[in-house]
Design a protein around this ligand. Structure first.
Ligand code: ADP
Ligand code: MG
Length: 669
């Protein structure tokens, strides 16, 4: 007798569940996707114990006919595909017909549904894949699916679940992001009696971002608007005879991304949707980090909310059981489109950083923030439950820059001479951001001060409200700044139309030189300076190999070098910007950077790396006195750069203290 047998459905479903249902959030994802596919406009998610004890999703979608409701729990039963051809152009979120049977095989599931076409609804109860009950029931329209005791019959899986708080954070992240993908729909997420998210329909993504994250986060983001790029397609052979336009496919990118000053320690704040589907995709992540290249440190990540829309035939969504990965038919095209669009918008908007004013006190009764960057959400929860593991700050790799710096009166801890009164430190834990009861987009002025405070203000003179300039959101104003002096001979203090600016003179000059060298490099005309005597540099065997690899590039960047005996090179000329004394050091520095370089690094990366090293060495140092003329020159030169917001290593250049914040700090508004 043969040894191979076909597994019973119940076993097969449990195996599929291993891939489809990783954790409670995967159940929420599959059920939400089903509701969205069913055309629901009102989606309510209720969970208990981080989804382990209960997950209930109620929608107002099309519901299921009685027969369909029964079929839905069969393996590969779906209403979304008919034949193999359909697989090439999937427009729904689901298509595999695996989710419901998989979930039902590892939980106790109750389905209540009624289609508008039937007068009575259907109630089906299943536990561990076994049908317990199927009956008619008087139900409203739409579908309610209740999943209890997830993994009750798979103890091994249950053990792998993280703390309830972590699982809840994953769920919150997911629901919030689907709510961002569908601003016109209502989403509710409740954990027990606590409402974590409740958003009502709005017209634009921007308003939804405001509902979810609050104004403060919105201010840190740049909106992409709507950008398109067409991919020319080779004409179909049949159509060759026709002189019609060559066919083209349109790719569309919308969404938000953070200013370079917002730097996250991990990728948890990057959310990418392709045709409405939330995915994790290396190509898109790479495109995003390339856009920020030289704007934020390589070990930091931005916040991003990207929506890519394209022809369904351009993406293969059938590459992963939980449908979280996709494959693009024209990957390089998509990559470059995303990278260029974000880079262009970053350069166009030249977003200005701002000092974060002192953290606002929590409003009474505030709920835990589903401040959505998931990591922050878990941190907000962590504040309430200390046993959550390391915080976001602790996870930040050593040396990585902190997010938006806050000016904080605290004793100096770092290397500047003297006893500075200020240090730059990362802001305190994020303030709660999910305030759905908050004011609408416009900030309404509070009631006029009365009594004692009124008299006090009078005595101190009042700041005419209309004299307040509009808040400065762009660095284009840099050229109009009036330098007032330096702090510690390192930071230029300048007055502008809207408040006070502090500019790090070293990184500002670094940015100016970097762009200058890059431009010269692109034009093939890097200014060189002949050294009086060739400089002989001794290399290690490893450096020798790296040197051979990048010799041409070094030459094009202004270093004239040639081999000079074993493991020794002679440098005859160097970029004009560099002092002769720096040449050896910078060569070693360049060799060191290429040594650690990822194998996939491109020539462009190398080029930028070399230019960044030159710029850094040649730039004005901190602790250098500058006269007014030099300061003014530097500000003008900085204003003329493409990216005045961060240095080539990704550190911020200019901090802005808006008049509004000055007024707030003096309690004048
Ligand atoms: P898929 O989504 O891949 O088709 P599922 O197992 O998730 O597979 O669902 C099976 C089928 O059940 C769907 O194709 C759909 O017809 C139906 N269905 C599931 N959830 C809902 C819902 N909330 N409202 C209406 N129909 C639903
Ligand atoms: Mg589905």
């Amino acid at each position: 007798m043969g040894r191979i047998r076909i597994l019973p459905d119940q076993v097969a479903n449990k195996i599929a569940a291993g891939e489809v249902v990783e954790r409670p959030a995967s159940v929420v994802k599959e059920l939400l996707e089903n509701s969205l596919d069913a055309g629901a406009t009102d989606l309510r998610v209720e969970v208990e114990s981080g989804g382990r004890r209960l997950i209930r999703i109620a929608d107002d979608g099309c519901g299921m006919l009685r027969d369909d409701a029964l079929l839905a729990f069969e393996r590969h039963a779906t209403s979304k595909l008919r034949d193999v051809q359909d697989l090439l152009s999937i427009a729904t979120l689901g298509f595999r017909g695996e989710a419901l049977p998989s979930i039902a095989s590892v939980s106790r599931l109750l389905l209540e549904t009624r289609s508008a076409e039937e007068t009575t609804g259907t109630r089906i109860e299943i536990a561990g894949g076994r049908m317990l009950r199927c009956e008619e029931a008087a139900l409203g329209g739409g579908t309610v699916i209740t999943v209890r005791d997830l993994f009750y019959n798979v103890p091994a899986r249950r053990k792998f679940l993280r703390t309830e708080q972590t699982e809840l954070a994953h769920i919150a992240s997911l629901v919030t992001h689907y709510s961002l993908a569908h601003p016109a729909k209502t989403f509710l997420l409740a954990s027990g009696a606590t409402e974590l998210l409740h958003v009502t329909p709005v017209a634009t993504l921007k308003e939804r971002v405001y509902q979810v994250f609050g104004n403060q986060v919105l201010e840190e983001l740049v909106e992409i608007g709507m950008r398109e790029r067409a991919l020319a397609m080779p004409p179909a052979p049949a159509a060759e005879a026709e002189p019609a336009e060559p066919p083209a496919r349109l790719f569309r990118l919308t969404g938000f991304f953070s200013r370079p000053q917002v730097q996250k320690a991990n990728r948890n704040s990057i959310f990418v949707f392709v045709n409405g589907r939330l995915i994790r995709d290396r190509l898109m992540l790479h495109a995003l980090s390339s856009a920020y290249y030289n704007l934020i440190p390589p070990s930091s990540f931005p916040f991003a909310l990207l929506f890519l829309e394209c022809d369904a035939e351009e993406v293969d969504v059938n590459v992963h059981p939980s449908k979280t990965e996709v494959r693009f038919r024209h990957g390089p095209f998509v990559h470059d489109f995303v990278r260029d669009t974000i880079r262009e918008r970053l350069i166009e908007s030249r977003p200005a950083p701002a000092f974060t004013p002192a953290p606002r006190p929590r409003s009474p009764g505030a709920q835990p923030a589903a401040g959505l960057p998931y990591s922050e959400f878990s941190q907000a929860l962590a504040n309430e439950e200390p046993a959550m593991g390391p915080s976001v700050e602790e996870l930040r790799p050593a040396g990585a820059a902190a997010p938006v710096a806050a000016l904080d009166p605290a004793p100096a801890a770092d290397g500047l001479a003297g006893a500075p009164e200020f240090t730059l430190r990362p802001p305190a834990a994020p303030a709660p951001r999910l305030d759905f009861t908050g004011p609408p987009l416009e900030v309404t002025p509070g009631p006029p001060p009365s009594g004692k405070l009124r008299r006090h203000l009078d005595a101190h003179g009042e700041f005419p409200a209309d004299a307040l300039p509009p808040p400065e959101m762009s660095l284009s104003v840099l050229s109009e700044l009036r330098p007032l002096g330096q702090i510690h001979e390192s930071f230029i203090v300048a007055a502008g139309r809207d408040g006070l600016w502090i500019i790090d003179q070293h990184v500002a000059h670094e940015r100016v030189l970097f762009e200058q060298v890059m431009k010269q490099r692109a034009a093939g005309r890097v200014e060189m300076q002949r050294l009086l005597m060739p400089l002989i540099v001794q290399l290690t065997a490893e450096q020798q190999i790296d040197y051979a690899r990048i010799a041409d590039e070094l030459h094009a960047s202004g270093f004239e070098t040639e081999p000079f005996g074993q493991r020794t090179i002679a440098v005859k000329a160097a970029p004009a910007a560099l002092g002769a004394a720096n040449v050896e050091r910078i060569l070693f520095e360049i060799l060191e950077t290429v040594e650690g370089e990822a194998p996939g690094a491109t020539l462009e990366d190398l080029r930028r790396g070399i230019c960044a090293s030159i710029a850094c060495r040649a730039a004005i140092k901190i602790n250098t006195r500058l006269d007014a003329g030099k300061m003014e020159w530097l500000l003008r030169a900085l204003a003329a750069t493409d990216c005045p917001m961060s240095c080539p290593h990704g550190r911020p250049i200019a901090l802005h203290y808006a008049t509004r914040d000055v007024l707030k700090a003096f309690h004048r508004i």
